[in-house]
Write a protein that binds this ligand. Structure first.
Ligand code: BMP
Length: 219
């Protein structure tokens, strides 16, 4: 089983900032508050993959590459991300059991694989929601460390929890997308993921501290 991520504030920053210096400044401002920093294509494309290495020196980094590909390509991407210091990589469960298993095998004990179930945006209701339970089941069968489930629909976090037992749930959709950190935690999320409501705040450290306090109060 993959190494454990820090679990103190249960807050993960989604650092979708595209300005390299601002991204590093926000990371420095919140690194002591958040348990991990999740990065996605906007920052990697804007600032380059070295950003993974740089951020890994500041916090646990999750590469949210939402990989949806054949096993060989999954292997190559996970290996690059983990080789740069990522402690977590996000993969689309709909890629199927061979791709998910390859992600888990490639990460080994170096990093955790998280599988996407139901997505948090309105379009997530169209295809991911009707299949979320099956996506969770395939993730369990492939021994992923955890799942992505929507804070915008806390009742769906609870439904996915029923299937995955003690595995982790990371829940995005808090803040700008309308979800509440406290409701996600009460529904069974282990961590909440917050992006714009922290990195676009005038004081990102204070914003992160407020989310951390909301989460603490809900535990
Ligand atoms: P924000 O808090 O700014 O809405 O950012 C949410 C982050 O979580 C983004 O990086 C987004 O890509 C990601 N995310 C999401 O919002 N919903 C999902 O279902 C899955 C995600 O990874």
């Amino acid at each position: 089983m993959a190494i454990a991520m820090r679990k103190e504030s249960r807050l993960i920053l989604a650092l979708d900032e595209t300005d390299r210096q601002r991204a590093l400044a926000v990371a420095d401002a919140v690194a002591s508050t958040v348990d991990a920093i999740k990065i996605n294509w906007p920052l990697v494309l804007a600032a380059g993959p070295d950003m993974i290495n740089e951020l890994a020196g500041r916090a646990d980094v999750i590469c949210d590459f939402k990989i949806a590909d054949i096993p060989n390509t999954v292997h190559l991407i996970v290996d690059q991300a983990v080789g740069r210091g990522a402690k977590g990589v996000i993969v689309h469960a709909f890629s199927g059991s061979d791709s998910l298993s390859e992600a888990v095998r490639t990460a080994g004990d170096r990093a955790a694989i998280y599988a996407v179930t139901e997505m948090s945006h309105p379009g997530g209701r169209e295809f991911t929601a009707p299949n979320a339970e099956a996506l969770a089941r395939v993730g369990v069968a492939c021994n992923v460390k955890g799942f992505i489930a929507p804070a915008t629909r806390p009742e769906r976090i609870a439904a996915i929890r029923q299937i995955i037992g003690g595995r982790e749930i990371l829940s995005p959709g808090v803040g700008v997308q309308g979800g509440s950190a406290a409701a996600a935690i009460r529904a069974g999320a282990d961590y909440v993921i917050v992006g714009r409501a922290i990195y676009q705040a005038s004081d990102p450290a204070a914003a992160a501290a407020r989310f951390a306090a909301d989460i603490r109060a809900a535990l």
